[in-house]
Design a protein around this ligand. Structure first.
Ligand code: UD1
Ligand code: CA
Length: 458
């Protein structure tokens, strides 16, 4: 059996009060529509068609990929009209067509697949729910178990408004019948719109079985119409992720103060303190501890490493047993070996620090290779940029770079070399020797401090 997927994403999203199209807004770091597209991708549809309208060009540019087709709905005359626009782009041989919403981001692939199966190319399958407040939703009108129709809030009688079961906006329909029903839609209703939901009564009239399946977890059916709802879904999604991490044994100081905006993989005995944000792909090895308020994006942190409070790591790799922070900044290409120490207010970019190297205070290491057990002094920097090009600094194993040095790249410090504090190093420093490059200390004999001039009246 094959199926199409249609994702409705043409609506304006007035209540977001934003210049951005609604489906561009971010949930857990990804656009709302991206969440739906990811769930859809797991279903391997023969065609995935996204209906766009408001901000169409922006949405197409942001979510365009060869695997999907965009169709435009201009003007937006309702959900039925939206699906009509998708019809020419459908695979007509696919027996089922699934309809999802671009602003209902937490639907799972499993739920979507179950809808497709419930349809099976011959039934109209509706996903329903019974929210605490059904206001605003289309009501599922049943006669006993049998679904008869969906009635929109604005068209419902007072008796129908008391119905608690509502339509979530997701359905799966037999493709050929859907095309026929869509062609027969009328807009003689309270909103002068072509309602997709009117096809339910048409299916009943055509004796096509209609099945209404309640969604197992209503979070899957919650839509985003306002910043409040967006923030609410964010918390729900984050809580789900926190629970999954804890189930896997990760110790979170507070599951309500964790934000995972990508994929976070953790080994055993990982501890994460409050307020941390993980973005992109992050791997934490066994026994890693992350202190409070760290931001970690696209990093690999090996077993037993400790990241202390307020550190910011991006595109870095941290070796086993290393210590980073507090207040450290690792930028892309920072590659720390085992037992490396990087302390407060140290910035490292595109550099390797071999086993046991230390840069503990107030330093910058950029475009450098730092050997094993190097001690890189407080306040020292690599001057890696000459205003036009970046150059490398090489520091041999066991070298000691004193405090407040400037290593003017390209430059090489030999193994075991010592660089005196305050040196501006512009030539290579030989291995095993002391190199000092600074003004010599002198004492001026007989020098007197100037005296304060006497005040001259008034
Ligand atoms: C719709 C359903 C309602 C259901 C509710 C669930 C209809 C007529 N009503 O309500 O039964 O309870 O969803 O949230 O279908 N869209 C377009 N083009 C349009 C209009 C809408 O693409 O012309 C898209 C929107 O961007 C959105 C989705 O369709 O993704 C639903 O639209 P929305 O206006 O939120 O739905 P309602 O009409 O309120
Ligand atoms: Ca809605």
């Amino acid at each position: 059996m094959t199926h199409n997927i249609v994702i409705l994403a043409a609506g304006r999203g007035t209540r977001m009060k934003s210049q951005q199209p609604k489906v561009m807004h971010r949930l857990a770091g990804r656009g709302l529509l991206q969440h739906v597209l990811d769930a859809a991708a797991a279903l391997k549809a023969s065609r995935t068609v996204v209906v766009v309208g408001h901000g169409a060009a922006t949405v197409e540019a942001a979510f365009g990929a060869p695997a999907r087709v965009f169709v435009r709905q201009e003007p937006q005359l309702g959900t039925g009209h939206a699906v009509q626009q998708a019809v020419p782009a459908l695979d007509h041989a696919a027996d089922t067509t699934l309809i999802l919403n671009g602003d209902v981001p937490l639907v799972t692939a499993a739920t979507a697949r179950a809808l497709v199966e419930a349809c099976g190319g011959k039934r109209l399958a509706l996903l329903t729910m019974t929210p605490a407040d059904p206001h605003g939703y289309g009501r599922i009108v049943r006669d006993g178990q049998r679904v008869l129709a969906i009635v929109e809030e604005k068209d419902a009688t007072p008796a129908q408004r008391t119905i608690g079961e509502v339509y979530t906006g997701m359905m799966a329909a037999p493709t050929k019948a859907l095309e026929r029903w869509l062609a027969a839609l009328k807009n003689d209703n309270a909103q002068r719109e072509y309602y997709l939901t009117d096809i339910v009564a048409m299916a009943v009239a055509d004796k096509v079985p209609v099945v209404g399946t309640p969604v197992a977890d209503e979070t899957e059916a919650l839509g985003v119409n306002s910043p409040q709802q967006l923030a609410d879904l964010e918390r729900r999604l984050q809580r789900r992720r926190a629970d999954a991490l804890m189930t896997a044994g990760v110790r979170l100081a507070d599951p309500s103060r964790l934000d995972v905006r990508g994929a976070l993989r953790c080994g055993q005995d990982v501890e994460i303190d409050v307020g941390c944000v993980f973005e992109g792909d992050v791997d934490l090895g066994d026994g890693v501890t992350i202190g409070p308020y760290c931001v970690i994006r696209d990093c690999r942190i090996d077993a037993g490493a400790r990241i202390e409070a307020f550190s910011h790591l991006e595109g870095a790799s941290v070796g086993a047993g290393a210590r980073v922070g507090p207040y450290a900044r690792l930028r892309p290409g920072a590659d720390l070996g085992e037992d490396v120490h990087v302390g407060n207010f140290v910035e490292i970019k595109n550099s390797t620090l071999a086993h046991g190297a230390k840069a503990n205070h107030l330093a910058y290491v950029g475009d450098a290779s730092v050997g094993a057990y190097v001690n890189y002094g407080a306040g020292s920097i690599t001057a890696n940029y000459d205003g036009a090009n970046k150059h490398r600094t090489v520091i041999g194993a066991d070298a000691h770079v004193g405090s407040n040095c400037v290593l003017v790249a390209p430059v090489t410090i030999g193994d075991g070399a010592t660089i005196g504090a305050g040196s501006v190093v512009t030539y290579d420093a030989p291995a095993g020797q002391l190199t000092v490059a600074r003004g010599k200390q002198v004492t001026i004999a007989g020098w007197k401090r100037p005296k304060k001039l006497k005040a001259t009246g008034n």
